[in-house]
Design a protein around this ligand. Structure first.
Ligand code: BGP
Length: 473
């Protein structure tokens, strides 16, 4: 049965600077944490990505043609401040003015993220989100952007604070690639919430008339079985990945029960509790009361069962189905129940998880005025047919099926009271993936990376009809 979306509901595609721009050495851009890391890893390079630095007009024209009203982009901090602070690079500033002007020319409203996983190299070496210098320089960079880019009306402070922290210090897939350091993970989560709060409070005090929010990766966690121990494992995983930062950014305080779960994880790993000050908690509280929106990134859900061994994780970074392993000491083991479909990268397909997370925000975090789904989509192995012409349309029925199911779950949540105002598909065009390179394609528009030619996928046409009619067929 078809479902209806509200008439003022907006739709568009999502991108992130490092994943689409390419041109990592152009126009004075400074180095970031990934440059050396990827070089040493030798698996894939961040250039050319989708060459958005030069082809943004082509992509925005496609977005407009295919019914998009909004887009998510991020500013590469190191294009503005190549060293993270100090001297400004005017060519970087000029690029983003051109990009935002082009968005306006194509009648597309940009939602602009200040930090999407791309810490400048010097600050990464100084301790990244664990260092006070990083926090101070991030606030200064945000202030510069608010003053400079007055054309931007929707700001996002940080993309997925927890996903960054967990991948940097728990599972080791992001630089500096440390594993099992739950103490650093929680400290980095808390510090990002402090930086976020300082920026929200600053932005509100500047009275610029726009809106500001944060984007979270939120995967609903379910117990693998009805047993009490599996229920508890799910609670611990939820505290690690969702609950601490939902509390911090959306309630303005850490609930005692959340802190107890965090402490339990740390105790089991013989690691100390994260540090916070009353002043930081005051800023966090103030920010939660002024936040304009929260962005929800939801792709998959998790099922947890009790586990009592050492941490052991294997990342499926090449689409070998069934190769991932995730068992965390003091938390639990991820284990899919029978019958749950997965992608080649072992991400579960479970639209009900989208409904549940949207309803959880609606029910448990009443301070939140508005929610956007800021990322959702499916990574697939796709290729260009040999006899392709510029008019070839790439068939991607799996993507249409996936998005349809998740949009329907989101429509159900709206029907049941969740105030969701927009949906951004990950991703606008095929792009570079941090730990998967170029083979995991998410785009509505196919990018032939060697030629950088764009091709339409069927999902782009399907998306246009939903965006224009507000009907999910
Ligand atoms: C989110 C990130 C994006 C993007 C997406 C898909 O966590 O915000 O930057 O990468 O996930 O993830 P992946 O590229 O690992 O498949």
């Amino acid at each position: 049965m078809s479902k209806q979306l509200p008439q003022d509901f907006v739709m568009g595609g999502a991108t992130a600077a490092y994943q689409v721009e390419g041109a990592t050495k152009e126009d004075g851009k400074g180095r970031v944490l990934w440059d050396d890391f990827l070089d040493k890893q030798g698996r894939f390079k961040p250039d050319p990505a989708a060459d958005f630095y030069h082809r943004y007009d082509e992509d925005l024209a496609l977005a407009e043609k295919y019914g998009h009203q909004v887009i998510r982009v991020s500013i590469a901090w190191s294009r503005i401040f190549p060293d993270g602070a100090g001297e400004v690079e005017p060519r970087g500033v000029a690029f983003y003015h051109k990009l935002f002007a082009d968005c306006a020319a194509h009648h597309i409203e940009p939602f602009v993220t200040l930090h999407h996983f791309d810490t400048p190299e010097r600050l990464h070496e100084a301790g990244d989100w664990l260092s006070q210098e990083m926090l101070d320089d991030f606030v200064a960079y945000a202030k510069f952007c608010f003053e400079e880019f007055s054309e931007v009306k929707y700001w996002i402070t940080i993309n997925e604070p927890t996903s960054m922290a967990v991948q940097q210090y728990t599972t080791g897939t992001f630089p500096p690639a440390e594993s099992g350091r739950f103490d650093k993970t929680f400290q980095a989560e808390h510090n990002q919430m402090v930086a976020h709060a300082r920026i929200v409070n600053l932005y509100k005090s500047m009275q610029l008339g726009g809106q500001i929010g944060i984007v979270h990766a939120l995967q609903t966690v379910y117990p693998y079985s009805d047993s009490a121990v599996d229920h508890h494992a799910a609670e611990l995983q939820d505290a690690l990945e969702n609950r601490l930062y939902l509390d911090g950014t959306l309630a303005g305080e850490y609930h005692q029960e959340t802190l107890a779960l965090v402490k339990e994880i740390l105790d089991a790993n013989h690691q100390p509790m994260f540090q916070s000050t009353p002043q930081e908690m005051k800023a966090i509280d103030e920010a939660a009361h002024q936040l304009d929106f929260v962005g929800v990134n939801n792709y998959f859900s998790k099922w947890l069962r009790a586990y009592h061994g050492k941490s052991e994780t294997i990342h499926n970074g090449d689409g070998t189905k069934g190769s991932s392993v995730a068992r965390l000491q003091g938390v639990g083991e991820e284990k899919l129940p029978d019958g749950i479909e997965t992608t080649d990268w072992d991400w579960s397909i479970y639209p009900r998880g989208m409904y549940d997370i949207l309803m959880r925000i609606h029910n448990d975090y009443p301070l939140v005025p508005v929610t956007y789904v800021t990322e959702n989509g499916i990574g697939l192995k796709e290729s260009l047919p040999e006899n392709a012409t510029p008019d070839t349309v790439i068939e991607d029925p799996k993507r249409i099926d996936y998005v349809k199911k998740y949009l329907s779950a989101m429509a159900d949540a709206i029907h049941d009271g969740a105030n969701v105002k927009g949906y951004f598909i990950w991703s606008l065009q095929d792009q570079f993936s941090w730990t998967n390179g170029y083979s995991k394609r998410y785009g509505l528009f196919f990018v032939d990376f060697p030629t950088q030619n764009r091709y339409i996928k069927q999902s782009a046409e399907w998306f246009k009809s939903v965006s224009e009619t507000h009907i999910i067929p």
